[in-house]
Design a protein around this ligand. Structure first.
Ligand code: HEC
Ligand code: HEC
Ligand code: HEC
Ligand code: HEC
Ligand code: HEC
Length: 282
């Protein structure tokens, strides 16, 4: 997180957390904390100590939250090693606000033949025969007064990895981000480095601008559709070879094309709307 955004993170991340409505005006001593938290690396430590000291429960700020699940389902195996696309199971993520955890039937598509007597899968077989859903424990959970929408992000080329980390390497999913208002705003102010192309036209435009390689040194080059598929939001490792500056340049170009920045790089009304209260509190 950048230095300029500390205040938001601080305001949204330190107070409350117990679900109570809290005042936006903070007593002067919180200024002290802003400075303390400004010390970067010390951030998480200070935060934890602060919470412990003041007896607040972290709730959705709980980075690292990893509740025990009824079945030891592994993303590292299914999404990583087996290479299953996230949308095979979280199939509503592009079309609705909600990402949906898959029903038992999705698992049974394979596990009616595979590992049919694995004790780990006993709850799955039971759920299948009784029709009772598996009681998966929800990990990421925003308070009801904050409006979030998956499709608004993934159809704009914000990858799952920006908010959930390398889920494809996790044996058990855990929360990697604070999900605080400050965290949302930090990206909403300057989303560039989190944006990927979402159409053939955008891929072509990035290549023409010299911001994305078409994969070959000489003539020819990869089909833009192949590049687009590689850059899909569910390919969590995409772009790891780019530097942060590359990502920013690419995203800035996309922001201009999408009308979030004008030709000079000045934020448009559309970008400013992303930080207006009614976008997330409706
Ligand atoms: C084979 C089905 C399957 C695939 C493929 C899959 N998931 Fe999941 N996912 C699940 C199940 C089941 C859960 C609930 C249990 C758990 O949390 O591990 C879950 C939970 C999650 C959660 C936590 C949800 C919460 O409660 O907050 C996230 C985030 C997530 N998946 C992201 C991903 C991403 C990103 C990918 C692609 C890289 C992916 N999943 C691929 C089945 C799948
Ligand atoms: C596309 C096929 C496919 C789907 C769908 C699928 N799995 Fe799997 N699953 C596999 C394969 C393949 C293995 C590993 C086989 C091996 O290498 O032993 C596996 C292994 C497992 C194991 C380990 C079993 C053991 O005894 O070691 C668990 C638990 C599991 N899957 C749970 C789930 C759950 C829960 C879902 C639904 C959310 C699911 N799987 C969906 C293919 C699938
Ligand atoms: C811009 C950040 C962001 C992106 C990008 C994102 N998520 Fe989420 N995800 C969240 C937040 C925030 C929640 C908690 C939502 C709530 O509690 O209302 C969440 C919750 C989930 C859940 C739990 C079910 C639900 O909808 O509450 C799953 C599963 C999930 N995400 C999977 C994915 C997958 C798969 C992708 C990529 C295709 C993805 N997410 C992309 C932020 C994001
Ligand atoms: C990693 C970057 C990132 C993070 C983190 C993020 N967003 Fe976004 N969000 C975006 C982008 C990019 C858009 C789409 C901008 C566009 O092109 O219009 C967007 C759009 C939205 C929209 C739709 C606005 C509209 O009217 O179309 C909502 C609502 C939203 N975000 C809520 C949230 C909330 C709530 C959080 C925190 C829990 C959050 N976002 C975190 C990048 C992010
Ligand atoms: C990009 C999305 C986003 C925007 C824009 C946004 N908020 Fe929030 N806000 C959230 C999220 C997510 C939470 C819940 C997490 C938290 O408390 O940090 C929240 C929490 C709050 C809370 C805390 C309530 C409590 O119980 O502690 C207040 C007050 C608030 N917002 C007011 C505002 C005001 C005023 C604005 C406009 C200046 C605004 N928000 C703009 C996402 C947003």
């Amino acid at each position: 997180m950048s230095d300029t955004d500390q205040t938001d993170v601080e305001q949204s991340g330190v107070e409350g957390g117990d679900g109570r409505k809290r005042d936006l005006i903070f007593p002067p001593w919180t200024d002290h904390l802003v400075k303390l938290l400004g010390m970067g690396a010390a951030f998480s430590g200070v935060y934890v100590v602060f919470l412990a000291t003041f007896g607040l429960s972290p709730n959705m700020y709980a980075v690292g939250y990893m509740p025990e699940q009824p079945i030891p389902y592994s993303h590292a195996l299914h999404a990583g090693e087996l290479g299953m696309d996230c949308r095979y199971c979280h199939n509503s993520v592009e079309h609705t606000g909600y990402a949906a955890v898959p029903p038992t039937q999705t698992c049974m598509g394979c596990h009616n033949q595979l590992h049919t007597d694995s004790p780990k899968l006993a709850p799955l077989r039971e759920s299948f025969s009784t029709g009772e859903p598996i009681p998966w424990v929800k990990i990421h959970d925003l308070p009801g007064y904050a409006y979030f929408n998956h499709s608004a992000h993934v159809t704009r080329g914000v990858s799952c990895v920006s908010c959930h980390g390398r889920v494809d390497r996790m044996e058990e999913v855990y929360q990697v981000e604070m999900l605080s208002m400050g965290w949302c705003l930090e990206c909403h102010r300057a989303p560039a480095e989190n944006l990927r192309p979402v159409s053939v036209e955008e891929v072509e435009s990035l290549i023409a601008a010299g911001l994305l390689s078409d994969g070959t040194e000489g003539e020819g080059g990869l089909d833009p559709r192949a590049i687009l598929d590689d850059a899909r939001v569910t390919n969590l490792g995409w772009g790891s070879e780019f530097t942060r500056d590359d990502r920013k340049a690419m995203g800035t170009h996309l922001m201009k094309e999408r009308g979030l920045l004008d030709a000079e790089g000045i934020p448009t009304v559309r970008l400013e709307l992303l930080t207006s209260c009614s976008t997330c509190h409706r």
